[in-house]
Design a protein around this ligand. Structure first.
Ligand code: ATP
Ligand code: MG
Length: 172
């Protein structure tokens, strides 16, 4: 029987930690559903990149032989309905790979198998760290796959993050 796995992340931006996470999960399942979370968000400090930009980063970076598809999952800000919300958007899945306690428990409570995965170089392979580097004009390229670099350069993503930071700072 073929086993389908689900992961959900914001991928702001898609970095080497995400890539290693996906490669780890790919060894465990036959098919992977990649949920792009907070999909309605873009052009904010926490979520600078749109769902289609993030989808593009993932597609251009995933050279693995894994069979996968990407789905976009918007926030509903309601933990009680979160799993059914994901079920409405995603094809069926058997196992969820997650590391946050809250996310793990929500899926466990609905009867899903939930697995924890290792962290890879979380100090550097971190969306927050990479966005901070863009704000400060420090190098970030070594932390993301080539596919992400291509998308960010095309849209001047680093400039976008820096300008967002500046406009937020003026406001308070
Ligand atoms: P942010 O700093 O914006 O929260 P993030 O780097 O934590 O970004 P997320 O989109 O929050 O990335 O994480 C999505 C998924 O990817 C989570 O399940 C998380 O555990 C996993 N993940 C993130 N970074 C790593 C890493 N360095 N190694 C392994 N898994 C990772
Ligand atoms: Mg995170």
């Amino acid at each position: 029987m073929s086993r389908k796995g689900l992961i959900v992340g914001r991928f702001q931006p898609f970095h080497f930690g995400h890539l290693k996470f996906i490669e780890w999960v790919a060894n465990d399942v036959d098919y992977l559903i990649i949920g792009v979370g907070s999909s309605q968000e873009s052009h904010t400090l926490e979520n600078p990149f749109s769902a289609s930009e993030r989808r593009d980063m993932i597609k251009k970076s995933l050279k693995t032989r894994i069979r996968y598809e990407i789905v976009e999952i918007n926030d509903i800000n309601n933990d009680n309905r979160w799993v059914s919300h994901v079920e409405e958007i995603s094809p069926e899945f058997d196992v969820v790979y997650a590391n946050g306690e809250k996310e793990k428990n929500l899926f466990k409570n609905e009867g899903y198998e939930v697995k924890t995965t290792p962290m890879f170089n979380k100090k550097q392979y971190s969306g927050t760290e990479i966005r901070n580097r863009m704000i400060d004009g420090r190098p970030w390229h070594d932390f993301v796959p080539q596919g992400t670099i291509e998308v960010i350069e095309r849209i001047d993503g680093a400039g976008r993050v820096r300008r967002l930071y500046e406009s937020y700072s003026y406001r308070d």
